[in-house]
Design a protein around this ligand. Structure first.
Ligand code: UD1
Length: 416
């Protein structure tokens, strides 16, 4: 329940990135030794991944200081349980590392956010190029990696997950693997850094060509994942939409440029220094001319919904094109119910700025769309009730507490 109208103001530290942590947890099973993930965010998706690792036979335990330890010497199970695979899409990341360690794996087609078809053909094509034989029996994939070998993998599209999966599958193969047309997201660089800390020999992450020199064995490591650029962007949007002022600590300002550039275009003033970022919102935002989601370093699709919420209250008309996922406008109908004027035509949304939004009972349909509805609620008149907040918990650790610290009137309530 959000009571709108309060300015978001204050200082907050950004957590580690969900999208870095999930593949890193999967990569942790590539070694039999203990791995420690420091500053690991307490998110539903992270808990689900930890649960999955336990089912595979690993020991996985939260430490008092917020680290998560993983020990995989007893990894024995190559079958990923159907229900969890369906719950989180990141279960697909385990395919590469399980194959790397056990040379066989069974997984069902994964689930995840309801934002498109989200096929896994690129993951499978990449693994096949490394000699994995895959058979599909009514949605269950049996992967035989006994004849795995290094190779040249060409991705038809720079998929984040497929790039990470192939990196993890190749790191223990004898020889050199190249990934061509690799995704360039900063989280992939984080995975490279983590794998190299374990003794891997990977280079090129952050560019279109990644080289993985196979090694015989990986060893234990302690690693702090990168800060969450999407959580940071969401908080910047919270300040922007409420005419507030925010200081974020623990941000990699360089990674934030696609987002901060758009907010600057809307009239926000942004300053950064080392790992701190400061935003001052104008009294009324202006629109950006056009925002097109693209693979990195383009504008991130994971910020599209939140930026759309902000643009609802800007002066003028904004055009938003969603190029990455085919149906990622689930938040539009609820924003319109709150008084926004958004028209969708295929992958394009045209947002005509309005002067006010009004609180309504709305429903999160996916993680980032849910966050967008909370943002709209912060700026709306009266009370907004966002249902289905468990979807928001997938990627934000107690978002209501963070926002409350920054001056929002927001509560988590059990609704009838
Ligand atoms: C990751 C992020 C997600 C983000 C997305 C795009 C994690 C845990 N999740 O998801 O938050 O929204 O990157 O930045 O890191 N595709 C195929 N075939 C495949 C794989 C993908 O067609 O085998 C398509 C997808 O349907 C989608 C596009 O490629 O349209 C991008 O997907 P991808 O980059 O793979 O995203 P994810 O790794 O799933």
């Amino acid at each position: 329940m959000v009571h709108g109208g309060e300015c978001i103001q204050g200082t907050v530290r950004v957590d580690s990135a969900k999208n870095a942590v999930l593949p890193i947890l999967a990569a942790a099973i590539l070694t039999e030794e203990k791995v420690l993930i420091r500053d690991c965010p307490r998110l539903r998706d992270v808990d689900a991944m930890a649960g999955m690792l336990k089912m595979l036979g690993c020991e996985c335990a939260w430490q008092q200081d917020g680290s998560l330890s993983i020990e995989s010497s007893a990894l024995h199970n190559w079958e990923m349980p159907d229900d969890i695979s369906k719950e989180i899409r990141s279960s697909i990341f385990l395919l590469g590392p399980i194959l790397g360690r056990l040379r066989r794996a069974t997984v069902s087609y994964p689930g995840g956010c309801e934002i498109g078809i989200r096929p896994i053909d690129l993951h499978l094509k990449g693994l096949r190029a490394l000699g994995v034989r895959i058979t599909d029996d009514e949605g269950i994939l049996y992967c035989d990696g006994r004849n795995m070998h290094p190779g040249d993998v060409y991705l038809d599209y720079p998929s984040v997950g497929a790039t990470e999966n192939v990196m993890m599958a190749a790191v223990l193969l004898d020889g050199v693997t190249y990934i061509h047309n690799a995704a360039r997201e900063p989280e992939i660089e984080d995975l490279q850094q983590f794998m190299n800390l374990m003794g891997g020999r990977v280079r090129g992450a952050g560019t279109q060509l990644i080289e993985i020199q196979g090694v015989k064995k990986l060893h234990g490591a302690a690693f702090t994942p990168m800060p969450d650029r999407i959580a940071a962007g969401t908080l910047l949007c919270a300040a922007a939409i409420t005419g507030g002022e925010i200081t974020l600590q623990n941000v990699r300002t360089w990674d934030m440029i696609p987002i901060s550039a758009k907010l600057a275009e809307m009239g926000c003033r942004l300053y950064d220094e080392e790992d701190t970022m400061h935003l001052i919102a104008p009294r009324r935002l202006s629109t950006f001319s056009e925002m097109q989601t693209q693979p990195h370093p383009g504008f991130p699709t994971d910020m599209q919904a939140q930026m759309m919420a902000v643009s609802c209250l800007a002066r003028g008309t904004s055009v938003i094109v969603e190029n990455v996922f085919e149906s990622r406008f689930g938040h539009v109908s609820d924003l319109n119910r709150m008084g926004a004027r958004i028209r969708v035509n295929g992958r394009m949304a045209v947002v005509q700025g309005v002067e006010r939004l009004v609180g309504k009972r709305v429903c999160a349909r996916d993680l980032r769309g849910g966050a967008a509805l909370v943002l709209a609620g912060l700026a709306a008149e009266g009370e907004t009730i966002v249902e289905n907040v468990h979807l928001i918990d997938r990627g934000y650790a107690a978002l209501e507490n963070t926002l409350k610290k920054l001056g929002a009137r927001i509560e988590r309530a059990a609704l009838k």
